[in-house]
Design a protein around this ligand. Structure first.
Ligand code: NDP
Length: 494
């Protein structure tokens, strides 16, 4: 069978890019397997897609939100029907194990269901007025054409977070997916079309981030950019977007799990192993640091090392596999280089630290101990299966170490003491705090996003997704029949 050439979606048509150039993607578990050819879009393609989205906006904006929601509900059913196929495609395309890729699709189903219901809410507020015979309320309005620039690690879930929220609010969308997961992006768009998204309402341009993503972010007709990816890319996008555009940033992190001396260590072990090595450590919420109370540090470390050595590394499509490959060669090189940095910094390598001898971008689950909070391996995002164990004297020390990074997406603590639980909720400077569970595992009806360099204040999904993708307009209806001046004509006697 020949290699499939995939197209881009512009104005309801699957089209080639204007240059006709293509790029390819391989299976990270078996880089000799080429998965397809994809359009290498450029600025002109972005312009065409944005124009199509602009043309489609007027009618979509006026489509009643419950009708927009119905399309999203149908989309959720289609995702459900296609779940297994999509999961297998995703594992072959970006490497994570089947159980996780099924979870990725499930998250998209959940997001679509939530946003379908939002079509019957999109609440504004009614409130009081300072003046007699005057009514005040807010209504939600769409922004216009919005851009979704997405990463490869959740190639169905993250587009769903962004695009279902954007659509129910009445925006039209241009998506620029990661060049590592263009097949998932294509399937995602096909299902949205099948669900009834009218032409031009959703568009997709594939191609290099520096060209396609950058043009999209800087485009004058784009009213908002929702980005998930690396912090450096986020900084570029901020520059490209300039002023007057809403920009939502979900970026990297250096997440942490605290294990206190009274913790259920078996439970903590399951949580730290899953948090550190799930998705091969390539989740924005992955815990790459575990801060352990000094009284249980040695014991917990032994448990961690023993368990990490048993993790079955392999092709995510095989049933016995627990951890798949890294997404590409550059990602594995980055992991290798951080392992060398860790050794040079004086941390002690106690598990992994090498790649198995086989094809594919695999790397063994790796653990450093005797790590210090200011080491680079404890400060910088590695985005791979590398965990650092840091010892803490007491609760305060554990919180200080946890907060001592530039990032702030996800944190967790294992303890049974209510005092430490409540203080952790209050003191950990992260967008998410879990108690007695790992740092990973978002739910689509709660805000998702980080503080410090992990984000820029906007959050995704749930009601915060609606807030990002809509404008809350204040409306005043004066039925007094005379000119009333706020702050001036407020004399009650009058
Ligand atoms: P990247 O930042 O490399 O890429 C993300 C997207 O941005 C891709 O579509 C990419 O395109 C595009 N892009 C690249 N350069 C530019 C540019 N100059 N202008 C506009 N767009 C551009 O991230 P990864 O895909 O490698 O994802 C991993 C990162 O994402 C990690 O740092 C991780 O922490 C973060 N992440 C954060 C999450 C969160 O919610 N906080 C969730 C998931 C991941 P192309 O692929 O063509 O380069």
């Amino acid at each position: 069978m020949g290699l499939t050439t995939y197209k881009m979606l512009i104005n309801g048509k699957w089209v080639s890019g204007s240059t006709g150039e293509t790029f390819s993607r391989v299976n990270p578990a078996n880089p000799r397997e080429v998965l397809g050819k994809f359009q290498k879009g450029n600025k002109e393609d972005v312009d065409r897609a944005v124009d199509a989205a602009q043309d489609a906006f007027e009618n979509w904006r006026l489509t009643p939100p419950p009708a927009r929601g119905k399309i999203l509900l149908k989309f959720s059913y289609l995702l459900e029907q296609e779940k297994e196929k999509l999961a297998r495609t995703m594992t072959a395309e970006m490497g994570k194990v089947l159980k996780e890729t099924r979870g990725d699709v499930q998250e998209a189903i959940d997001a679509a269901e939530y946003m379908a219901g939002e079509g019957r809410r999109l609440f504004g507020r009614t409130t009081t007025s300072e003046l007699r015979n005057k009514f005040a309320m807010t209504v939600r309005e769409p922004l216009g054409v919005v851009a979704a620039i997405t990463p490869w690690n959740f190639p169905i879930a993250i587009p769903a977070w962004k695009i279902t929220a954007a659509l129910v609010c009445g925006n039209t969308v241009v998506m620029k997916p990661s060049s590592d997961t263009p097949i998932c992006a294509t399937r995602f768009m096909e299902l949205l079309e099948m669900a009834g998204a009218p032409k031009g309402v959703v568009n997709m341009v594939t191609g290099p981030g520096g060209t396609v993503g950058s043009r999209l972010a800087s485009h004058k007709k784009v009213r908002a950019v929702s980005f998930t990816g690396h912090r450096d890319t986020g900084a570029e996008i901020m520059k490209s977007a300039g002023v007057g555009k809403r920009v939502g940033m979900e970026m990297g992190s250096k997440n942490v799990t605290i294990v206190m001396d009274d913790a259920d260590l078996k439970l903590a072990l399951d949580g730290v192993i899953w948090g550190a090595f799930g998705t091969t450590g390539q989740r924005c919420t992955a815990s790459s640091r575990v801060v352990v109370h000094k009284k249980v540090r040695q014991k917990f470390e032994r448990m961690l090392v023993e368990r990490s050595k048993k993790i079955a590394v392999g092709d995510g499509l095989e049933k016995k596999t627990e951890m798949g490959p890294l997404v590409n060669e550059a990602a594995r090189e980055k992991v290798k280089s951080y392992v060398e940095i860790g050794k040079k910094e004086g941390a002690r390598l106690v598990s992994g630290g090498s790649a198995p001898k086989r094809d594919g971008w695999f790397y063994r689950p790796t653990i450093f101990t005797d790590a210090e909070s200011d080491m680079r391996i404890c400060q910088e995002e590695i985005f791979g299966p590398v965990l650092s164990v840091i010892e803490a004297k007491d609760f305060e020390d554990a919180v200080d170490i946890s907060n001592g990074v530039d990032y702030g997406l996800s944190s967790s603590i294992y303890t049974n003491r209510v005092q430490d639980t409540m203080r952790a909720i209050r003191d950990l400077q992260f967008g998410i705090t879990y108690i007695n569970s790992p740092t990973i595992g978002a739910e689509v009806h709660l805000p998702f996003g980080g503080s410090k360099s992990s984000g820029n204040g906007w959050k995704e999904v749930g009601w915060t997704g609606v807030q990002f993708f809509s404008e809350e307009k204040s409306v005043f209806v004066d039925y007094s029949g005379k000119l009333q001046k706020a702050q001036i004509d407020t004399d009650e006697k009058g």
